[in-house]
Design a protein around this ligand. Structure first.
Ligand SMILES: [Zn+2]
Length: 185
């Protein structure tokens, strides 16, 4: 890869290179009845999350492939070089997209219903309230995401929204202070 690894192998918030990864690996294997050995995987799932040890935030611009941490193209440039943007918005989705809108898991289901994977993994979301309108749900949220311009932030929100998106305000915030790499702990 032509791009210097240090450009992306860092925390997108505080630019620290002090990272760690948590890898979860789940497998279901058929057991051979004669020998007790394990056959090929019936179902294998691997999930990895990179975290910054200085600011403790997850790093959704990095993933794990073939024993190495690699960047997610189209995302790392935006997140590492971008600034936080805060949007106040509503997303109107089919009520079937939201498993449940009450109880302790409601916020997560509403967030996922409105913005899918990005809502849960990349954006900082705060669901303010939701309203039912016939067979649709209008989710009112505050979203923080990283982008290089207001236009890019809008495009990312539009791309992630799982229903009709309406942005009522969008404001740039200042980036958290950069982590000094020579700082002594
Ligand atoms: Zn950090």
């Amino acid at each position: 890869m032509a791009v210097d690894r240090s450009a992306w192998l860092r925390c997108y918030r505080c630019w620290s290179q002090n990272l760690e990864i948590q890898i979860h690996y789940d497998a279901i294997r058929r057991v051979d009845p004669a020998s007790g050995t394990l056959a090929e995987g019936v179902d294998e799932v691997q999930e990895a999350a990179v975290q910054c040890l200085d600011c403790m935030h997850d790093q959704p611009h990095l993933t794990f492939e073939d024993d190495m941490v690699v960047p997610i193209e189209d995302r790392w440039q935006r997140m590492v070089a971008g600034t936080p943007w805060v949007a106040s918005c509503t997303v109107t989705v089919d009520q079937d997209r939201v498993e449940t809108c009450s109880g302790p898991e409601a916020i997560e289901f509403l967030t996922f219903g409105a913005f899918g994977d990005a809502g849960v993994r990349e954006f900082f979301t705060h669901v303010r309230f939701h309203k039912h309108s016939e067979d649709r749900i209008v989710v009112h949220l505050l979203v923080e995401l990283y982008a290089r311009s207001a236009q890019e932030a809008t495009e990312v929100l539009e791309g992630a929204a799982e229903g009709q998106l309406e942005i009522t305000s969008l404001a740039e915030e200042s980036r958290p202070p950069a982590h000094a790499s020579d700082e002594t702990h």
